[in-house]
Design a protein around this ligand. Structure first.
Ligand SMILES: [Fe+2]
Ligand SMILES: [Fe+2]
Length: 186
């Protein structure tokens, strides 16, 4: 897969799983019970796919490759993207903590879980929307063909490290999370 297509496709998969965070936030605010297994699956997806696969590809491979091309460019969007990754990880820690408290029976104040869930979803979706425009344009218009090939190969190395069936597992998990979120919102 071309790096720009891979990025787009991973954003679509992440978008499905993240949409459920909003349904979760709404449910706990309305005092409806959310299964702890669903919260655990959401965290499993974010840790296993968003962090260990997608952010890793961006931070270890794509951003360094683009940084080389952007050395003399007047505007460099990469530091802002990296700062957003840091913020996304801080929100993930907050979400993990809130899920732990909810699972331990602290369910009276729904906002404690809803606030980090909504914030995580909002920032992630905004971040991916920007990347879909800016990063894809940079890949297509500044990366030379041989660098694009190198990026694609290094993405494959990461996928290989993650093991066989890795992508299929998380794609299915994202579909299940999205379906569960839709059921909750109905
Ligand atoms: Fe990113
Ligand atoms: Fe991304």
């Amino acid at each position: 897969m071309k790096p720009s297509e891979e990025l787009n496709s991973e954003h679509r998969i992440i978008g499905k799983a993240i949409s459920t965070l909003r349904a979760i936030a709404r449910s706990v605010r309305e005092d409806r019970d959310v299964p702890v297994a669903l919260l655990d699956h959401e965290l499993e997806f974010i840790r296993g796919f968003t962090e260990e696969c997608h952010h890793r590809k961006e931070e270890e491979v794509l951003f360094p490759a683009l940084a080389e091309q952007l050395r003399t460019a007047p505007v460099d969007p990469l530091p802002e993207f990296l700062r957003e990754h840091v913020r996304i990880r801080i929100l993930l820690d907050e979400l993990r903590e809130a899920v732990g408290a909810y699972a331990a029976g602290e369910t009276a104040n729904g906002d404690k879980l809803a606030a980090p869930a909504d914030e995580y979803a909002d920032l992630s979706i905004e971040h991916m929307r920007k990347e879909n425009v800016i990063l894809i344009d940079l890949i297509e218009n500044t990366l030379p063909a041989d660098k694009k090939l190198e990026v694609a190969e290094r993405f494959l190395v990461i996928e290989d490290e993650l093991g066989p069936g890795y992508r299929e597992y998380y794609e299915e998990l994202a579909d299940n999370l999205r379906d569960e979120g839709r059921r909750m919102a109905a």
